[in-house]
Design a protein. Structure first.
Length: 175
């Protein structure tokens, strides 16, 4: 968030905004556990919680979105995940957030493109940690399937995220 905008928002407004986004991301993470997907590679998900990440990048900024993402991953994995799940989620989230922030800052892509980069980046980040854990690069054989899944899920999440950002900009300034 730009410095002059931060000063205008009260701490209560920021807390409410972050609390709402964390709650939504946590809820979407739970909903994803109800619909397991297997399309030829482990770990493929719909990416519903990434909707909050995409919207957050354009409404609360990079730092706030990273905080929301981190809290969501911690809560979701402590509640209905595992420590290994947390490790994979964090690695994917860190790599995808880095790519999305860089691409958004440089203006390389639209919201949909940023979301696709996030979906693909998340999968690649998880493959790197999986290769480290199992100590083989053989896990990268899943890369083609994960690239397709990340592109499809990222496109859908990006389209929906773009619609949400457009609709809420009259209430929340777009960054």
């Amino acid at each position: 968030m730009k410095e002059n905008q931060k000063k205008k928002l009260s701490s209560a407004t920021l807390a409410a905004r972050y609390g709402l986004l964390i709650s939504l991301a946590f809820l979407f993470s739970y909903i994803e556990t109800l619909f397991p997907v297997y399309l030829g590679a482990p770990g493929i998900k719909l990416g519903l919680a990434n909707l909050v990440t995409v919207v957050g990048l354009y409404t609360v900024g990079n730092g706030g979105t990273a905080l929301i993402n981190g809290v969501r991953i911690l809560l979701a994995n402590l509640t209905f995940g595992s420590l290994f799940g947390m490790l994979y989620s964090l690695s994917g989230a860190v790599f995808s957030m880095f790519l999305m922030i860089v691409c958004k800052k440089r203006g390389w892509f639209s919201i949909v493109g940023i979301s696709v980069i996030g979906g693909i980046g998340h999968n690649i980040g998880q493959l790197f940690i999986a290769a480290f854990v199992v100590q083989t690069i053989g896990v990268f054989s899943y890369l083609p399937v994960l690239l397709i899944a990340g592109t499809i899920a990222g496109s859908l999440i990006g389209l929906l995220g773009g619609m949400i950002v457009e609709r809420i900009t009259r209430y929340v300034k777009r960054l």
